[in-house]
Design a protein around this ligand. Structure first.
Ligand code: MG
Ligand code: ZN
Length: 180
C-alpha cells in the first residue's frame, strides 16, 4: 500500500476533553467508522499521526497512551477498520522536536516504515496544525475549517464522514486529468 490517509486522533477520531488518555473517556466520534470504511474501500491504507504532548508534559505516561491506542484500534477493528500503524510525537512543545505537527517528522516516519508515497497521501484533522503539517501530501481535510484560512491544497468538512467523502471524490475527479 502506497496511498494512505493519515488521521489525527484527538478531536478527529475520538472526543477530546483535553489530553484524552483514559479509556473511561474513550468515545469514537459519529461517522468515523463509516468514513474509515469508505476510505479503505477506495484503496487507502490508514495510519494515525498524533501529537501527544501530554506525555512530555507529564500529564500521563507512554503506557497510558499505548493502552488507549490499543482500545481504539480494537474498537475500529470490530467495525471492519484496519489501522496499520500509529506515529506519535510524545514531546512537549519546548523540546522543539522534528516530529510535532505542523512539522513533517511523523509523515517522514510513515514514508519510511509504511512505504507511503506522500504526494499521493491525505491528512484528516481538526486543527490548523494538521492542515499545515500536510504540506508535502496531496492534500488535507480540516474538519471544522470552514471560514478559516485554509492552506493550499486543504479542503474543509463539517464532520469525519464528509471529510472521507471529499477525499474519495477529489481523488476520483483527478483520475484522467493532468494529475491522474
Ligand atoms: Mg486534534
Ligand atoms: Zn516530537
Amino acid at each position: 500500500m502506497a496511498r494512505y490517509v493519515f488521521l489525527d486522533r484527538d478531536g478527529t477520531l475520538v472526543r477530546d476533553p483535553g489530553y484524552v488518555h483514559r479509556i473511561s473517556d474513550y468515545e469514537l466520534l459519529d461517522g468515523v467508522a463509516d468514513g474509515l470504511r469508505r476510505l479503505q474501500a477506495a484503496g487507502y491504507g490508514l495510519a494515525i499521526v498524533t501529537n501527544q504532548s501530554g506525555i512530555g508534559r507529564g500529564l500521563f505516561t507512554e503506557a497510558d497512551f499505548h493502552a488507549f491506542q490499543k482500545h481504539l484500534i480494537a474498537d475500529l477493528e470490530r467495525q471492519g477498520v484496519r489501522i496499520e500503524a500509529t506515529f506519535y510525537c510524545p514531546h512537549a512543545p519546548e523540546a522543539d522536536c522534528a516530529c510535532r505537527k505542523p512539522r513533517p517528522g511523523l509523515f517522514e516516519q510513515a514514508a519510511k516504515h509504511l512505504g507511503a508515497d506522500l504526494p499521493q497521501c491525505w491528512m484528516i484533522g481538526d486543527s490548523a496544525r494538521d492542515a499545515e503539517a500536510a504540506a508535502g501530501l496531496q492534500g488535507a481535510v480540516w474538519i471544522g475549517g470552514a471560514g478559516k484560512a485554509l492552506p493550499a491544497g486543504c479542503l474543509s468538512a463539517s464532520d469525519f464522514a464528509q471529510a472521507a467523502e471529499r477525499i474519495v471524490e477529489t481523488t476520483a475527479s483527478r483520475v484522467g486529468t493532468r494529475e491522474g
